[in-house]
Design a protein around this ligand. Sequence first.
Ligand SMILES: C[S@@+](CC[C@H](N)C(=O)[O-])C[C@H]1O[C@@H](n2cnc3c(N)ncnc32)[C@H](O)[C@@H]1O
Length: 339
Amino acid sequence: MTPTLIATADPDFAPAAVAELQKAGSQGSDELAPGIWAVQLPGDFFALAERWRQQPPIFVRHICPVQTVLPLAEGVEKVVATAVTFFTHLLEPDWPFSVQTRVLGELPIKPFDINQPLGDKLAEASGAPLDVRRPFQILSVVLAGEAAYLGVSLATNNLSDWAGGVRRFARDKDQVSRAEFKLLEALEVFTIELPPRGRALDLGAAPGGWTRVLRQKEQYVTAVDPAWLHPSLQKDKGVRHLRLTAEEYLADYPDTYDVIVNDMRLDARDSARLMGEYGRYLYPHGLALITLKLPEKRYGAALDHALNILRQHFTIAGARQLFHNRSEVTVYLKPKISS
Ligand SMILES: C[S@@+](CC[C@H](N)C(=O)[O-])C[C@H]1O[C@@H](n2cnc3c(N)ncnc32)[C@H](O)[C@@H]1O
């Protein structure tokens, strides 16, 4: 039976992702590789995609539809030729598209072997322009075992514009920490625009990756961390470093901020409690981001508890386990509108 969709999550959070799929009505799934499932749904892909576009799951990072399954045994050329016939009329000719191929396991094929010929041939046959950077529509191809699973959808249907939710950023020579990618990804995923020349508080800032990203986005940053910041940030006049813990700064009459970010290495619940206390130092138009570090065991209960603590002080505008998150979930918060 043809599966309805392919779903992808971090293998470390597989049980939580499977639970989200079950809640969405999954009638069974086949694990194609760690953290990647072919899923059978009673309804169609687009109904779930629309529900999840409005209210995304936390752990499932990427979904794509399966409209046909082709055998790999006859070779890549045959898959490409059949896919061109099948998908030409399913592409909207005025909208840019791309082909996103993933190869699971040990197969003697590279994504490029499919992306390039299939993209070129489909562009010619359908008239739709090929645009791998900003596609409106995506033909997803997943090669696993002896089969190719293919389906076309809008980029907005897939939870992420990137194949399997793998969002890579170019490394910049002045980068201070890999944690920078986490903040860049969160700003993109939650479509956050920072206020022009805003005042930002960075809790747990050292060595300063998030502070650097905030500075690049024209924020004046108060960085709170007992540890030192990278020398490039120490001489930046737009950065005020307070060598305090977040608890100490809280007791020291903090200022009020447009943006509060918190990447402190603390238990999720302790960090959520502290963040809750900082809620009163966020302007009503402000926004906040926190990474909740999850324990290895019973992480679901710890996450629910931490989210409930945050809900007492903020509106939760989004919560996702991002590609650049390790054992953590990033939560986007807005001030609670009091009635
Ligand atoms: C993952 S690192 C932050 C990385 C940072 N976001 C970056 O981009 O470079 C976690 C930081 O939390 C800090 N931290 C842990 N507990 C803290 C507390 N109670 N108050 C302030 N900082 C704390 C640690 O000193 C450490 O520098």
